[in-house]
Design a protein. Structure first.
Length: 120
């Protein structure tokens, strides 16, 4: 498979949880998710979850959950069986065919971020 880059969420100021996105990963052996936060007002908090999504049952099984993102920062999350697991950053799991990404906001304070995915 060729490497591919996808945009999950364009850079924008958000004050509420956007709709979750389900990606077809094309059986990529590894996935890197880049969350780039460029502005934060007051005390925002966003937690990103990465789940195996089963479309037949509508069930999501969690693979990785980030720590709360609260400030301007660059964050990278990785999923691959070739990596060593690291809490809130790396899941030593096979990349599922359908990956659900959710950005859950903890409050209504504005935070500007983008989410990009690299299928490796």
């Amino acid at each position: 498979m060729n490497k591919q880059t996808l945009t999950v969420y364009e850079s924008a100021a958000r004050t509420a949880t956007p709709a979750a996105v389900v990606l077809n990963t094309g059986n990529a052996p590894a996935i890197y998710v880049i969350v780039e936060v460029t502005a934060a007002t007051a005390t925002p908090s966003v937690v990103f979850t990465f789940d195996l999504w089963d479309p037949a049952s509508g069930t999501a099984v969690n693979l990785l959950t980030s720590a709360a993102v609260t400030a301007v920062s660059s964050n990278i999350y990785k999923i691959s069986p070739a990596l060593t697991a690291a809490g809130n950053l790396i899941a030593a799991e096979h990349v599922p065919q359908n990956l659900k990404i959710t950005a859950t906001h903890g409050d209504a304070d504005s935070i500007t971020y983008s989410v990009g995915v690299h299928l490796i």
